[in-house]
Design a protein around this ligand. Structure first.
Ligand SMILES: Cc1ncc(COP(=O)(O)O)c(C=O)c1O
Length: 399
């Protein structure tokens, strides 16, 4: 028998530098604890707890039964691309040709394709801090550098125009706006949003509007999109969206982008060489979602609003916590630094402590660039949410 060869696995520099998703890390720890028989409630996930609406499931079943099993055009079926364009027309009055759209494997791939297509090495990309965990990696993989602009808890984590102006430098290529935001749920008013966007455009920046939570906005606030700005400045704006959150379709992998047709062609070239089209069956389901009833989305949104209020009511009893009231998504970003202890002096160790003592998994703010906060996802049943937050409250009372 040959002696066993001992060869160390050599990974590329790129892969050695790439950080794993921090939200996945805490979910994995919670799963490990569950596997050991511990009672754990996870308020760490970034996906709705509702099933995908029935009519969307039915469309997928029909597609399978009809033998819709083959490759499609890389940017998506023409009827799906028309449905995506139709979305922007129906909700925001935007006239977009199907060629200005592409269907991708989740909003994540839309962002990946986009950054690869517009960023050159050394380009700087601005974003409000706290920011969604994947932006740094997505920008870095394209050779860019993410430059987070700190926001303040007392201003509901909203990026202020004067801070944006100060952050723009000679290497700034792009501004990402994510409203409603993950992790804060912060939703800009129309005036606030358009002021920031116009400022970026006037400075010649490219504007990426990540609108993945745009339908999950709580009354009296209203969904707002920067797609009308795309119509006026198609070379300078791209809008990212998808059905993961609005239609509870995280596992189906359906995202999309609205951008200049030339930019879409570049994104399509990259997609054609990497993943080809997205799942054919998903495309049929996505079309059914986009052109069918939006009632299930409204129902989910109503449930999220009720849970937000329920959660804030309990959190108001945590005397040393500061938690702004968000108008969208399904997250609370809660400043808990005044509870940190010598044994748990930062958001990661505090998160671990809460997992061990309260049996509740949250996500450390450090994953989003803010080490004084923790993210609470309320995409769980009302009773589960109440139980989990009360358990956290009991642990906080001892800190
Ligand atoms: C702000 C934001 N953008 C984009 C995405 C990507 O979503 P998906 O790839 O599941 O469509 C997410 C998912 O958590 C998100 O929170």
């Amino acid at each position: 028998m040959d002696p066993v060869k001992v060869i160390s696995m050599r990974l590329s520099q790129r892969m050695r530098q790439l950080k794993p998703s921090a939200t996945m890390a805490i979910s994995a720890k919670a799963l490990d604890m569950k596997a050991q028989g511990k009672q754990i409630i996870s308020l760490s996930v970034g996906e709705p707890d509702f099933p995908t609406p029935q009519h969307v499931q039915d469309a997928a079943k029909q597609a399978i039964d009809k033998g819709f099993h083959k490759y499609t055009q890389p940017p998506g079926l023409p009827e799906l691309r028309r449905a995506i364009a139709g979305y922007f027309h129906h909700f925001y009055g935007v006239e977009a040709p199907a060629e200005a759209t592409i269907a991708t494997n989740g909003g994540k791939q839309a962002l990946y394709n986009l950054f690869q297509s517009i960023i050159d090495p050394g380009d700087e990309v601005l974003v409000a801090l706290p920011y969604w965990v994947s932006y740094p990696a997505l920008v870095e993989m394209a050779g860019g550098v993410l430059k987070p602009i700190p926001t303040r808890v007392e201003e509901n984590f909203k990026l202020q125009p004067e801070d944006l102006v100060r952050a723009i430098g000679p290497k700034t290529r792009c501004l990402i706006i994510n409203s409603p935001s993950n992790p804060t749920g912060c939703h800009y008013t129309r005036e606030e949003l358009y002021t920031l966007a116009q400022l970026a455009l006037d400075k010649g920046l490219f504007l990426v509007s990540d609108e993945i939570y745009d339908r999950l906005v709580f009354s009296p606030a209203e969904p707002i999109s920067l797609s009308p700005l795309w119509e006026e400045n198609p070379e300078q704006v791209a809008v990212i969206n998808g059905l993961s959150k609005s239609f509870a379709m995280t596992g189906w992998r359906i995202g999309y982008a609205l951008a200049h047709p030339e930019l879409i062609k570049a994104m399509q070239k990259l997609q054609g060489q990497t993943t080809s089209n997205i799942c054919a069956v998903t495309q049929k389901a996505a079309e059914a979602a986009l052109v069918g009833s939006w009632e299930p989305v409204k129902e989910m949104c109503t449930a999220f609003q009720r849970r937000r209020d329920l959660a804030l009511d309990i959190i108001s009893g945590w005397s040393r916590a500061t938690c702004p009231k968000p108008d969208g998504a399904f997250y609370l970003f809660c400043e808990l630094k005044d509870y940190f202890t010598a044994q748990a002096p930062d958001s990661s160790s505090f998160c671990c402590m809460l997992l061990e003592k309260a049996g509740v998994a949250l996500v450390p703010g450090a994953a989003f660039g803010d080490d004084s906060c923790l993210r609470i996802s309320y995409a769980v049943d009302d009773e589960v949410l109440r139980t989990a937050l009360n358990k956290i409250g009991e642990v906080l009372a001892e800190c």
